[in-house]
Design a binder for this molecule. Structure first.
Ligand SMILES: [Zn+2]
Ligand SMILES: [Zn+2]
Length: 337
């Protein structure tokens, strides 16, 4: 069997003809396997959804209990057979519940990694390497210039700034799923014990992480009743990127605008957003992690999806590994980063 007979791109997403299912479809389908809860991978309106319990929980939080007609939980490492095709889920290290999905048929194993990272992160299950014949990788930071710094050093820049700008609110923009919780945990691990104030849009997912045993400490709402009459002098406040274009930001005391994203390595992007304190903290692999993972899977074929496909395909070819871009549409690296 050619690998394309087991899995190939269609306008609705990656499709497995013998199993009759899609992985992370961008359109409503009868049967969907979902890698993780980010909006461009997990959408509402499918017939049957198979995902990890945490991803199903996150989908229910974001879309309501009726996000699909039926939901089935996949446990990490367990094999589930769908129309004769064996599928299994393995941790991807990207956000809580995130999985790589292995699809096996005709003596071949294809691993769809979804989004993943290798760096240790107490707010996500640690990435597990899955040997395979075909490895499908994202390429969000698929260029040699992308090298993420140690997250602890980025967090220390926030704490240093807080020490020298005692009257200013440190307002950090971050996405609601994954980034916010990781940022909070990093602040705690680097000694910040004070309450961290959060925008209402972050509340339900932070509560979910806490309920799953990830201690985030005190997270009061960043409302007018809190934090020095709603001025939050010398405090850290977290909000989603959308809130930064709203009147919400005006209530804070001479805010230091920070933003946590792998893209903050690109000075131009930080400038465009008016970010004074760019924090290079990413939930995706950087270039060394991408190329290391490709080598370690032992895959003979690499299929590259959303991001900078050309760079990674070229690297594979230079290293005598077969590779091609998949040209899947509908995945936005900006949405989650
Ligand atoms: Zn993602
Ligand atoms: Zn993605």
């Amino acid at each position: 069997m050619r690998p394309e007979a087991l899995l190939h791109p269609t306008p609705a997403g990656l499709y497995c003809p013998p199993g009759d299912f899609y992985i992370d479809p961008v359109k409503p389908v009868e049967r969907a396997l979902i890698t993780h809860g980010h909006g461009d991978h997990a959408r509402a309106g499918h017939g049957h959804v198979l995902a990890t319990g945490r991803t199903l929980d996150i989908m229910a939080i974001r879309y309501g209990e009726g996000f699909a007609e039926a939901a089935q939980t996949a446990r990490f490492g367990e094999t589930i057979t769908i129309n004769g095709v064996a599928v299994s889920f393995f941790p991807a290290g990207h956000v809580l519940g995130s999985a790589q999905i292995a699809v096996e048929g005709g003596g071949m194993r294809i691993v769809v990694s979804g989004d993943y990272k290798r760096l240790k992160d107490p707010t996500a299950e640690h990435f597990e390497l899955v040997p395979c014949d075909v490895f499908i990788t994202e390429a969000t930071f698929g260029l040699p210039v992308f090298r993420h710094p140690d997250p602890a050093s980025e967090i220390r820049r926030v704490l240093d700034s807080l020490g020298t700008n005692k009257n200013r609110t440190h307002l950090i923009g971050c996405y609601a799923l994954g980034k916010a919780q990781r940022l909070i945990r990093l602040l705690r691990d680097n000694g910040h014990d004070r309450p961290i104030y959060i925008h209402g849009a972050l509340k339900s997912l932070c509560e979910y992480y806490q309920a799953q045993g990830i201690d985030l400490g005190k997270l009061p709402a960043a409302t007018l009743e809190e934090g020095a009459g709603g001025r939050f002098e010398g405090e850290i406040v977290l909000g989603p990127p959308s809130a930064f274009n709203s009147p919400w930001v005006r209530r804070f005391s001479d805010p230091v605008i920070a933003f946590a994203s792998g893209w903050m390595q690109v000075r131009q992007r930080a400038k465009q957003r008016g970010v004074e304190l760019p924090l290079v903290i990413s939930d995706h692999c950087d270039w060394p992690e991408l190329t290391q993972t490709i080598r370690e899977t032992g895959a003979e074929d690499i299929w590259v999806t959303h991001g900078r496909e050309e760079g990674l395909v070229r690297w594979c070819q230079l290293n005598q590994i077969r590779a091609k871009p998949l040209n899947l549409v509908g995945y936005e690296d900006e949405v989650e980063e």
